[in-house]
Design a binder for this molecule. Sequence first.
Ligand SMILES: [Zn+2]
Length: 117
Amino acid sequence: MEKRYCLECGEGFLGRIDKRFCCDACRNSYHNAISRQSKAYSYKINSILHRNHSILSESLQSGKLQLDRKEMEEKHFAARFHTASKRKPLRRTVYTCYDISYRIEGRKGVRILTDSK
Ligand SMILES: [Zn+2]
């Protein structure tokens, strides 16, 4: 048995070479913290995706297919967050946010695509 140091509380303990925690409470606490961080990160990304989808959806429903830069900034549309992307030779990449596709057109902003091309 070698002296080891708990990853959670830093206390020294004796145990097998692969043992990383002094007790179950420390092991649980360590893994719960990792899980919390991971969930917080997912929540943040999902919120951005949902906001993007709402903006695209509202624009689409009002028959407006172009979102200019100013509008994107005002509404906090984050074009780099998407659920899929498809790069085509000699054409702009098509991004998809759930069921709505769009192209990023530089200064012109974002163009919502109504067909699947
Ligand atoms: Zn501990």
